[in-house]
Design a protein around this ligand. Structure first.
Ligand code: AMP
Length: 221
């Protein structure tokens, strides 16, 4: 499938993406994970992106676009779940251009619309595997790591992300409200938007899979 996941920080995009790719072998493309890997490797791209990420700001499009385009070219045949891109209307337009070049179309854009109190609770309890090749996501209450705060997949320490300070989270939420939320109207007009109000991962995944199947039976022109 070819699906975009959008939603504020803490909405569960990463968790839903992992559940969706398990269904059909689509490739998860998380711009946040790719950027964190670049930062950990100390690559020029990572060094350029790090300051923006720590502040909770968007990394400039000049950095993001090439990163996404490379990934999409590599997995064009297998399908993909885009998590964290696009985040603005100009990025959505860039994605349309890339898809046109690859002669692909999106199945749908799922907006995970989770209430603010649930977001804040999740962000306070979110922990991520520090191994950038893993980045498994945990929740201290509903899905805790192994004893000693280690990852059940790779055994590395599980920690809060460096951009999960109160200041950065506040900035991320503001960026979402001002720059990402308006994408809903853009995709609504294209007939691609699915608003998912289920906070529960299983229910959200079921709703997305149902909508993708319906779209395939009856495509929107
Ligand atoms: P995420 O893991 O999706 O929460 O992303 C973490 C951080 O990476 C964001 O707060 C941004 O600084 C940066 N980032 C991720 N995706 C994008 C994007 N599409 N455009 C700009 N910055 C991004």
């Amino acid at each position: 499938m070819r699906v975009v996941l959008s939603g504020p920080p803490g909405a569960g995009k990463g968790t839903v993406a992992r559940a969706l790719v398990a269904q059909d072998g689509s490739v998860p493309i998380s711009t946040g994970n790719l950027l964190r890997t670049a930062v950990a490797e100390g690559s020029p791209l990572g060094r350029s992106a790090e300051g923006y990420m720590l502040r909770g700001d968007l990394v400039p499009d000049s950095i993001i676009r090439g990163l996404v385009e490379r990934q999409l070219r590599e997995c064009a045949d297998r399908g993909f779940i885009l998590d964290g891109f696009p985040r603005t209307i100009p990025q959505a337009v860039s994605l349309e251009f890339i898809m046109l070049q690859l002669e692909l179309s999106l199945d749908l854009v799922a907006n995970l619309a989770v209430p603010i109190d649930v977001l804040l609770e999740r962000l306070a309890n979110r922990r991520t595997c520090s191994n950038v090749l893993c980045q498994e996501i945990y929740n201290l209450k509903s899905d805790p790591p192994e004893a000693g705060n280690t990852c059940r997949r790779c055994g590395q320490p599980v920690e809060p992300r460096p951009d999960e300070t109160e200041h950065a989270i506040h900035a991320q939420l503001k960026v979402y409200r001002e720059q990402s939320a308006p994408m809903a109207g853009h995709y609504q007009r294209k007939g691609l938007l699915l608003v998912v109000r289920e906070a529960d991962t299983k229910a959200a995944v079921a709703q997305i899979l149902g909508a993708v199947a319906a779209r395939r039976r009856c495509p929107v022109e």
